[in-house]
Design a protein around this ligand. Structure first.
Ligand SMILES: CC(=O)N[C@H]1[C@@H](OP(=O)(O)OP(=O)(O)OC[C@H]2O[C@@H](n3ccc(=O)[nH]c3=O)[C@H](O)[C@@H]2O)O[C@H](CO)[C@@H](O)[C@@H]1O
Length: 340
């Protein structure tokens, strides 16, 4: 099968594209990527990837623009739409998988215009604008938050499953600020550091590049030992070694914690589009799998109350909730739909 994967902008979308291309190539399929010159698409796939061909078109976001800027962005998408149509024809593409983001627009519309089946993966509990627009025309709309989704679960790396374990007691806690770090989570960690030391609870902390030095100095002045990172490539190992997490509610991190069985207090990024991080976290809370508190609330009080909570039942429930091999199931599903 010759497949096109389209979309990107941020790591959240591109990680799904990566999981899908790896699963497709493993099954012997050929995959082409159509993304944008803007955002992180190039950083992810320009030099090393499993795609047979990668294309970065001249597109930019539309949603947050006004007036002339919006018209310019729409016109670029219009031109990229024709370019995408040519690419789909040139590579004999039989199906397109969109992972969302503005860069998915040209190839998604081009696929529909050529009656090439369109599949969509939505990462968040609140649908992105483009995904909502395209949903009625898609063959499949995959979402980990929708119990009626044809495939359940979220595509994440196997490593998080390999080291999964049931948490029975609280001996270590990990603070996670997402790819850029989060000042609110850093401040919370510092405000409870001495208390955690007294309770003999080890602290692991990913503070982000921008706030790293400040956080490091503060821990030193508090005389609290900490395993501190600005950014880590060993997230699976760090999460596995923790019994509780305090984390932003970006989709990948949330599902990585779930797959690993690590209960978490989520502190959503308040400015995410459509407040989607809050709704991602609410999904966890409603299913009794973890906790969520807004940045504006008293995070310290909330966290201290969670330290006394029983972790085992939540950890077990998380493990039961997560599904393995989701990317592979998504690729096999495309083949099934095409052969139906
Ligand atoms: C600010 C914002 O709008 N972020 C959005 C962005 O998330 P963003 O990509 O920032 O965050 P996610 O939590 O989805 O993913 C972060 C990824 O980076 C990894 N990581 C992070 C830190 C580190 O030191 N090392 C490391 O490897 C994590 O393990 C995870 O795999 O896209 C997601 C999917 O659409 C959304 O849910 C998020 O709301």
């Amino acid at each position: 099968m010759k497949l096109c994967i389209t979309g990107g902008g941020t790591g959240g979308h591109l990680m799904i594209a990566q999981a899908l291309v790896e699963a497709a190539v493993k099954d012997g399929h050929e995959v082409v990527f159509i993304g944008s010159k803007r955002g992180q698409d190039r950083k992810y796939f320009e030099h090393h990837s499993s795609f047979s061909h990668v294309y970065f078109l001249d597109t930019s976001g539309v949603v947050n623009k006004k007036g002339l800027e919006k018209i310019k962005a729409l016109f670029k998408i219009f031109l990229a739409f024709f370019k995408s149509r040519k690419l789909l024809k040139q590579h004999n593409i039989v199906a397109t998988y969109s992972v969302g983001g503005f860069s998915a627009a040209p190839a998604s519309f081009a696929s529909l215009s050529k009656f090439i089946p369109l599949f969509i993966h939505e990462q968040n509990a609140v649908e992105g604008r483009l995904n909502s627009l395209l949903k009625p025309f898609a063959k499949r709309f995959i979402s980990a938050y929708d119990n009626n989704s044809p495939i359940s679960g979220y595509p994440i790396k196997d490593e998080f499953f390999k080291h999964a374990r049931v948490r029975e007691s609280l001996r270590s806690i990990i603070f996670l600020g997402g790819s850029n770090g989060a000042k609110a989570i850093n401040d919370l960690a510092l405000s409870v550091a001495k208390h955690l030391k007294k309770l003999n609870i080890k602290i692991i902390h990913q503070a982000g590049e921008a706030d790293y030095e400040r956080v490091k100095n503060k821990y030193e002045s508090l005389h609290v030992e900490v395993e501190l990172y600005a950014f880590t490539k060993e997230m699976d190992k760090l999460i596995s070694s923790a019994d509780l997490a305090v984390s932003r509610a970006g989709a990948s991190t949330l599902w990585e914690l779930t797959a690993n069985g690590c209960p978490a207090l989520f502190v959503p990024y308040p400015y995410a589009a459509g407040d989607h991080q809050y709704h991602n976290a609410q999904f966890i809370v409603e299913n009794n799998l973890g906790w969520c508190e807004r940045e504006s609330e008293d995070l310290r009080v909330k966290l201290l109350s969670i330290l006394d909570e029983e972790l085992e039942s939540k950890s077990k429930a998380l493990l039961e909730y997560s599904s393995k091999d989701v990317a592979s199931k998504m690729i096999k599903d495309v083949v099934k739909v095409l052969n139906a």
